[in-house]
Design a protein around this ligand. Sequence first.
Ligand code: 3PG
Length: 210
Amino acid sequence: RTTELDSICLKAEVIPVLAIERVEDAVPLGRALVEGGLTVLEVTLRTDCALEAIRRLKEALPQASIGVGTVLTPAQYRQSEQVGADFVVTPGTTEALYRYGVTSPVPMLPGVATVSELMTGWQYGYRRFKFFPAEASGGVKALKAFAGPIPEARFCPTGGINLDNAEDYLALKNVMCVGGSWLTPKSLVEAEDWNGIRQLAKEAAQRFHH
Ligand code: 3PG
């Protein structure tokens, strides 16, 4: 699982977080991001059409890795498996999710914000985590501190990350990639400005390339 997650995260230092409101936007939006060079996407289950959007993205963009985000329960985890998720992302953790995740063929990136949550995940065998909400939970300083007691854990911080502060996170040894919604601004999506999105993705892909 750690290996699977590492190979997904290695493909992209930046993971766009998508909340798709109109199912018709899914494929052109995903395609613009992938063409811009960002091939790992997280689609959140925050909108009504999310599962159908993921189904369409999986079919149209087989070269992309699609994570399903905002997974709160094992039932949503199962739905994510059914629509072809490459990985599952949770904003926080519950014992039920931790337990379900170790039995699933689809790897989970559990969301943690504290050392205690990290320790619980560690006991279940998790080694890769989402750090959420990153900026509100202590940001770069917190991640540096986590490396003291648990240096082997690796993180994908999200929540408050943008073009200006991404670099500071990516410079940390325990950060494998960063995620965020800044690559899919509502104004561009509503205007169906896919060229604008492609440009944003390109900028991020070039700036944060390995
Ligand atoms: C997430 O679920 O990862 C966040 O909503 C992304 O946070 P951001 O909107 O601050 O980038």
